[in-house]
Each structure stands twice: as C-alpha cells, then as structure tokens.
Design a protein around this ligand. Structure first.
Ligand SMILES: Nc1ncnc2c1ncn2[C@@H]1O[C@H](COP(=O)(O)OP(=O)(O)OP(=O)(O)O)[C@@H](O)[C@H]1O
Ligand SMILES: [Mg+2]
Length: 310
C-alpha cells in the first residue's frame, strides 16, 4: 500500500536516515522501534511529505509521492511527536481549525469533529480551552485532529511519551480498535518495546538511521534462537563483577537489570559454575538464577549492544 525505497536524509552532510526500506500493507499494524536519535521522526516526516528526502522514494500504490504528495495527504493521518495545538482555543475550535487544514468538506466537518471527540473520549470537554487539559488529554486531541479526514493510514510518533498510565492505556486501546474494527493501517513509533509487542504484528527496528532488523514478533525472536537469556538476582552489583562476567567467552551481553543482571550467552553453554566462582571472588551473593524467554528488548540488545533506553 505504502512503501519507502532507500529513503535517506542528510542534514548538512550528516546522514541521519540511510537507505530505509519499509512497507505497510493494508490493514497492518506495524511498529517502528528505536532509541533516541535513531531517525524515526525524520523517516516519518519524509513519509508524510513534511520533509524532502535527500534520496530515495515514498510510494503509494506504486506511485511516487515525492513531487506530488496530494494523493498521499488525503489518505494519511499523522500524529507528530510534538503536540501542536492552540493553547488558548477550545478543543472544538482546535479541531475545526485542523479540519479546514485537512480540507474536510464543510458539510461533514461538524459530524467528524463530534465523531473524533467521541473516539478519543473527550466529547464532554470540547468547550474547554486546551491549556486546561492534562498532557494525556492534549495528546488525545492531537490524535483526534489527525483522524478528522478519516485517513486509511495513521502514523503516530511516540504518542504515549510523558503521559499518565490511564491516558496511555486509552490511546493504545483506541489505536487497536481503529486498526481492528476500522481496518486503519497503522505505523506506530515508540521506544517502548512492550507497547509495540502489544499493538503491532510486524516491527522495524531502527538504530543510527538504519533499519537493522524487521519482521514479525517471532521472526525477530528467532534471531536469538542460538542464545539463552538468564536473569541473576544479586545482593549487590559492581563494575568489576559485570566486567568479569562480560569476559566469559560464551557471554554475549551483560546488563544491569533490577536488583541483578541479565546475561545473554551462547545457547546451552553451562556458565553457572563460572558465575558462582566470579561472584565468590567478588564477594557477591547470588540470590536467584532464572532462565528467561527472550523479548524484543533482548533482540535489540543483541543487535546493538544497548538497551532501547540507553
Ligand atoms: N532539522 C534537523 N537538522 C539537523 N539535524 C537533525 C534535524 N532533525 C533531526 N536531526 C538529527 O537527526 C537524527 C535523528 O533524529 P530523529 O528526530 O529522527 O530521531 P528519533 O528516532 O525520532 O529520536 P527520538 O526518539 O528522540 O524522537 C538526530 O541525530 C537529530 O539530531
Ligand atoms: Mg522522534
């Protein structure tokens, strides 16, 4: 339905998005995952024709949208990372303004405003001015404004960052329903792995401007099929200990996690005895040891050597 072909962007000679190929089939819910600065927002800005690519293409049904994005704009709704609302206007007035920008036909605008307000659960607050809204409510109005023209593709750029858990759940559930009931195609950007696991059937992982892995949940997990993930609870942690574990030859990654460490090691390697010996040397008590099913977070750690929130 929509695809990017070797999409790249450089700012003043510095490449921040490089040869990104991604596609969305009709009705899919796809995640775009990556740490700060990975190039997610830049990619989205290019897809939504707010930013001109340095090279590469964005196609809708096989047709390039770079020089004439009007077809794309009709079917695409974008919720930007930054909240863009007029603080002194009411929710209703904001939506009316955005409705005109999105060229919602005049005779439909009133109905669409009420429908989208209903959808984001803020119909009863429409007469209140935006600056009296909580962060989560502002986000929901921001999402409503992207839905006014009834887009068949919805792109959301980290819509749950910095908001309360209740609004977050509301937003996630709303997106799920739009995708499942209304067949809206969704591209959901986040650095919260668990949101993407919950919402998306396919995921692209970006780092340093490139797509470093993509696939369904299980395809991504199979990257780790040669590894074991272990969680070790400890009475204390210090750098010497972590360095010593890192130096065990079958260990791929070590990461501080909760009140202990997480180790990714070569599959079936027996490292317990080595672990116990090192802990002994470092005067550390092992309180608990547990094998774990790997998560997408582990896949990311494996591919980049970092956690998503580093
Ligand atoms: N207008 C710009 N001029 C120069 N550099 C830019 C510009 N916009 C983005 N960048 C750089 O491009 C890189 C990617 O930024 P981008 O905003 O796309 O990352 P992101 O994955 O969305 O990160 P975050 O999770 O923090 O939102 C960063 O290094 C950023 O500093
Ligand atoms: Mg961003």
């Amino acid at each position: 339905m929509i695809e990017t072909i070797q999409l790249s962007k450089a700012f003043k000679g510095k490449t921040v998005v490089e040869d990104v190929d991604l596609y969305l089939d009709k009705g899919e819910s796809v995640g775009l995952l990556g740490p700060n600065g990975a190039g997610k927002s830049t990619t989205i800005s290019m897809i939504s024709s707010l930013l001109k690519p340095t090279s590469g293409d964005v196609k809708l049904h096989g047709k390039s949208m770079i020089s004439n994005p009007s077809d794309l704009r009709k079917v695409l709704g974008v919720v930007p990372q930054e909240i863009a609302l007029y603080q002194e206007l009411t929710a209703y007035e904001n939506l009316k303004f955005f409705g005109r920008i999105y060229r919602v036909p005049k005779d439909q605008l009133e109905l669409r405003i009420q429908e989208t307000l209903e959808l984001v659960g803020l119909k009863d607050r429409q007469k209140d001015i935006i600056k009296t809204f909580s962060g989560g409510m502002k986000r929901r109005i921001n999402i409503a404004s992207a839905l006014l023209h009834n887009p068949s593709i919805l792109i959301l750029d980290e819509p749950t960052v910095g908001i309360d858990p209740q609004s977050r759940n509301y937003i996630l559930e709303m997106i799920r329903q739009l995708n499942e009931n209304s067949q809206t195609t969704v591209l959901y950007t986040s650095h919260y792995m668990e949101e993407v696991e919950q919402l998306c059937n396919r995921v692209y992982i970006m780092d340093h401007g490139k797509v470093i892995a993509s696939g369904t949940h299980s395809e991504l997990l199979s990257i780790l099929s040669n590894e074991d993930t272990m969680r070790v609870q400890l009475n204390q942690i210090h750098d010497n200990f972590i360095n010593a574990i890192q130096n065990i030859d079958v260990v791929r990654q070590v990461e501080e996690s909760g009140d202990g460490i997480k180790i990714i090691a070569q599959k079936s390697a027996n490292i317990i005895s080595t672990l116990v010996r090192i802990a002994d040397q470092e005067n550390i008590k092992i309180l608990n040891f547990q094998m774990e099913n790997p998560s997408l977070e582990d896949v990311f750690l494996h591919l980049t050597g970092r956690t998503l929130r580093d």
